[in-house]
Design a protein. Structure first.
Length: 228
């Protein structure tokens, strides 16, 4: 049985405990060590990559939160809005999401952060949509990222997706027939955020219309504009 979340409501703050680990147990363990600055981790910096909806942003925010809880300074930065200068806080964990969206000046800033990290004790946690070789970045920065500990965020399998949907439905007191889950997994978008959004919509419609969640109700909602 793959590890499932303990509390995966969409509004819950991101933590490593409420990430659906699936085949990513080794990555979760590495992030825990990185947050604590544990010397057992074989590298100071970590880069994780995966398709949109794979949970990259969740993992970065969760690791930063874990570091802060442990008393370590931490920063979570968005590549699209990051300026030329990254924080120089001694001993900090500096997370940069979507490094592929860094501006040219911000790419220089991240390269400089690599250069000073040994002296100031920082760790870098980076994410992107592709493995380092596939990143569209300046070559010296791309090479540095390739020297990080690199993990691909592995997608969930259908058994895990199904178990998550049923667990959430049960906790809401929402009966969810097998044929509804099968329909969503056959015809809908398969990333977890999309599946959870559809579950929210079904929950609301069931309450408003006082009808059980069935495939006919789902089809009716799709005809009225619900995108799955």
């Amino acid at each position: 049985m793959k590890q499932l979340v303990l509390d995966i409501h969409p509004d819950a703050p991101p933590t490593l405990d409420n990430f659906v680990a699936g085949s990513n147990a080794e990555l979760i363990a590495a992030l825990s060590l990185l947050a604590a600055r544990d010397q057992a981790l074989p590298a100071r910096h970590l880069f994780l990559w995966g398709a949109p909806g794979s949970g990259r942003s969740h993992l970065l925010r969760a690791t930063v939160a874990l570091a802060e809880t442990a008393g370590r300074p931490a920063h979570c930065l968005a590549g699209a809005t990051q300026g030329a200068q990254l924080p120089e806080t001694p001993g900090a964990l500096v997370a940069v999401d979507d490094v592929d969206r860094l501006s040219p000046d911000a790419q220089i800033g991240l390269f400089n952060a690599f250069n000073r990290s040994l002296a100031n004790g920082q760790s870098l946690l980076l994410s992107g949509p592709n493995a380092p070789l596939g990143l569209t970045l300046r070559e010296d920065l791309r090479t540095r990222i390739g020297q990080c500990l690199v993990y691909e965020v592995q997608p969930l399998d259908d058994d895990s997706r199904s178990a998550i949907l049923r667990t959430l439905a049960d906790r809401r007191g929402l009966p969810l027939a097998d044929e509804v889950v099968d329909f969503l997994l056959r015809h809908g978008r398969r990333d977890l955020p999309s599946l959870l959004a559809v579950l929210d919509a079904l929950d609301t419609a069931s309450l408003e219309r006082k009808r059980p969640v069935t495939v006919p109700l789902l089809r009716e909602m799709m005809q009225q504009g619900l995108s799955i």
